[in-house]
Design a protein around this ligand. Structure first.
Ligand code: 5GP
Ligand code: MN
Length: 325
């Protein structure tokens, strides 16, 4: 934390010196995004500040168990017509990731950008970017400690959820000694670690399992066995009754195949655009591949949105992965 002391101090000052905030995270929020949004909201309430938490779309259903998750406004269902001067963005690698929530930023908005993506371009007025952190939740834990604020069980649970989900259950290479230390401290607050693992990493809905089965049926492999991919489109969702968030995790299956260096999931958005999720076994920096297409992420987990039809997008992405191999 010492190395980022100045940034922690600035973040603290930003939170303390203003009174009303907008807290946002990235489109199609994952566990870390939702948890970090809630924790910033909790921190602001500790400071006696007013705030609104917003996301471009809905919060994944299973995150309902996190306290106050129902307070995160889903802009797609509940448009807001006010704008805000003081914004806190969590887990967003670039401005574009905030999606339509950016329509709520006033022209003179001051942005505090708290994130752990190495591809973060420092789009904030103030930037608290800690690349070494496994999750934005880890940075927030340090910020709360820095500010001398005592956690409660709900905030500890949200922080643990962010750590748990972004480390794949404390298994990925970002699981540093500090992650384990932080998780250990959070467990001291009474966080139900096994319960959260069961809920976020083990349990599947039946439609979700059917979607996985269907996607794996179409699994493809490059000739050299180093790249493997699956695709999902709207028809797969409607045929199985699965919902958008059920796609999370599918990309790990192609990546898990022995010998595969890069696993890919292509999600067809519509006739003109495809979202690709990338996972690396370690040799290939998929954040670089994603950046090539205007996306970003981490060395081993990244994503991008590409314009074009599915076949064309697959060809372009695989070509780029091959160039990195
Ligand atoms: P996922 O494949 O699970 O959606 O995302 C994997 C990682 O890549 C996450 O850290 C996520 O924030 C990042 N990521 C996914 N899509 C994009 C994107 O379009 N732009 C950027 N900058 N990062 C992305
Ligand atoms: Mn994250």
């Amino acid at each position: 934390m010492q190395t980022h002391e100045q940034e922690f101090r600035q973040a603290q000052q930003f939170l303390k010196e203003h009174d009303q905030f907008l807290v946002v995270s990235h489109v199609q929020p994952d566990g870390d995004a939702v948890s970090s949004t809630l924790v910033v909201g909790w921190l602001l309430s500790c400071l006696g500040k007013k705030y609104v938490m917003v996301n471009e779309g809905p919060i994944p259903k299973r995150m309902d168990i996190l306290e106050n998750s129902e307070d995160i406004v889903d802009l797609s269902r509940q448009p807001l017509d006010e704008t805000f001067d003081h914004i806190i963005c969590v887990d967003c690698a670039d401005f574009k990731r905030t999606g339509k929530t950016s329509l709520l930023f006033s022209e003179r908005a001051c942005i505090l950008n708290i994130d752990h993506h190495p591809t973060n371009n420092g789009f904030g007025t103030f930037n608290l970017i800690v690349e070494k952190a496994a999750a934005t939740a880890e940075i927030l834990f340090d910020l709360i400690t820095f500010m001398g604020i005592k956690l409660n069980l709900a905030a500890a649970t949200a922080l643990y959820t962010g750590l748990l989900t972004d480390t794949g259950g404390f298994r990925y290479s970002n699981t540093s000694p500090k992650v384990m230390e932080t998780a250990s401290k959070l467990l001291e607050y009474g966080v139900d670690g096994p319960g959260l693992s069961e809920l976020f990493l083990e349990q599947m809905t039946f439609p979700q399992l059917k979607l996985l089965t269907r996607a794996l049926n179409g699994l493809q492999m490059s000739g050299d066995g180093k790249i493997s991919w699956v695709t999902v489109d709207d028809e797969d969702l409607s045929a199985t009754g699965a919902i958008h968030e059920d796609m999370e995790g599918i990309v790990n299956y192609p990546r898990n195949i022995q010998g595969v260096e890069v696993g890919l999931l292509f999600k067809v958005i519509d006739e003109t655009a495809v979202k690709v999720s990338m996972r690396s076994a370690g040799k290939v920096d998929v954040a670089r591949v994603a950046q090539h297409f205007g996306g970003g992420g981490h060395v081993r987990a990244a994503g991008a949105r590409l314009e074009g039809k599915l076949d064309d997008v697959i060809r372009r992405v695989i070509e780029q992965v091959k160039a990195e191999l």
